[in-house]
Design a protein around this ligand. Sequence first.
Ligand code: SF4
Ligand code: SF4
Length: 452
Amino acid sequence: MSVTEMIEKAGVVGCGGAGFPTYAKLRNGVEYFIINGAECEPLLCTDRFIMRNFAANVVSAICAVNGEIGAKHCCVALKESYGEEIKALTSAIEESGAPISLHLLRSFYPAGDEQIIVYEITGRVVPSGGIPPDVGCVVSNVATMLASYDAISGKPFISKYLTVNGEVKNPLIVNAPIGAPLTECLSLAGGAAIEDYCVLLGGPMMGKIVAKEALTGMTVTKTTSGIVVLPPDNRLANIQRMSVEHMSRRAQAACIRCSQCSDLCPRNLLGHLMEPHKIMRRLALRRNPEELPLDDEVVRSAALCCECGICELVACPMELQPRRINALLRKRLSAEGIRYPKGLGQKKTHPFIEMRKVPTGRAAARAGVYKYQKRKIDAFAEARPESVVLPMTQHVGSPCKPLLPDGADVSRGQLIAASPEGKLGSSVHASIDGKIEILHDAIRISSERRGG
Ligand code: SF4
Ligand code: SF4
């Protein structure tokens, strides 16, 4: 079986983003194989933990994968401030003797964005509407490489490392079986340090705020990167709580057409035709993003937005939300099957691209989470839940279908669900021993129910 097939069989998906199945990303004939260790979002430090503690496994997986895809250059990109991680990777690379280089990045946001990292390393620009292979690159990340190492060793993708940070008693890294309750991960951090709180799923720039009550019932998925406990009145919660109507009314009334959102937009700086201030101008003529016509070129350019959040959390002096408006438009465009034509409107990179990089500390400060940013998290715990709930969609592609009947006994690592053959998708394996219960769009495994 090839390395790619082993990775497919193990159900590995990209740990750093939307969950694109890793096997489908690995292409032969590219020039660069880039592994992202930049850990883009402030407050999350899972990838740093992985690089410090599992550098040899990560390097071994990079060698195995590149042995198959045969890229000429193999490079791990991480921040120049990551002293211990640089040391751990350097010695693992030296020991392996593999021609893997380290590319050190400044500490800016979004350094770990796929298209930014391609530009930083190769000087090439992924064309608007395109993907890294268009310029000879495959990008993965260190957590995905660790999961690939397990896959090559015959272990399916059944657990996830995640950061638990913010207003918790003991911030830490948790390794949790996929499907573990998020409340259990929070308990391992000693629980919330404040009585009233909300929870950020993911990082402050791109994550989603949920009420503390909503956390019960939510579980770790293949793409969970972290949970951050925040006071309920923090800036991120206030922004996300605002209704679409209210947000649109504010945009109409308060946008001063300063174009700072476009000036700092990383996609715009790469030369893509992404000009959020123009979308805001269009919105001034309508009541709601739902009413913006999708045949308008400016409206369609929302498809180029990577939802990094710089425009609304860092750039806009009026605290408006171009990112959220773009996200609503992207949903509409995707529902209509409208794709952005590759390369349309592509310009040269902006001459100020270097000086307009947003320092990570500034991004954290603007998001109102700077006080948690400087923590170095070394504490670690394993979650051992008695039951897990595994969603059938944790990845890009076709949802999985259960392969076993309700009530079947399963063992940890056993294949329990798969996407239809021939379709882009992934498989799901039991992350604990137990008895399965088929739910509407998930499978529950309860260890206490095993054997009746
Ligand atoms: S979220 Fe804003 S800054 Fe980021 S890519 Fe989209 S428009 Fe640009
Ligand atoms: S930065 Fe804010 S005020 Fe300025 S154009 Fe963009 S949305 Fe409008």
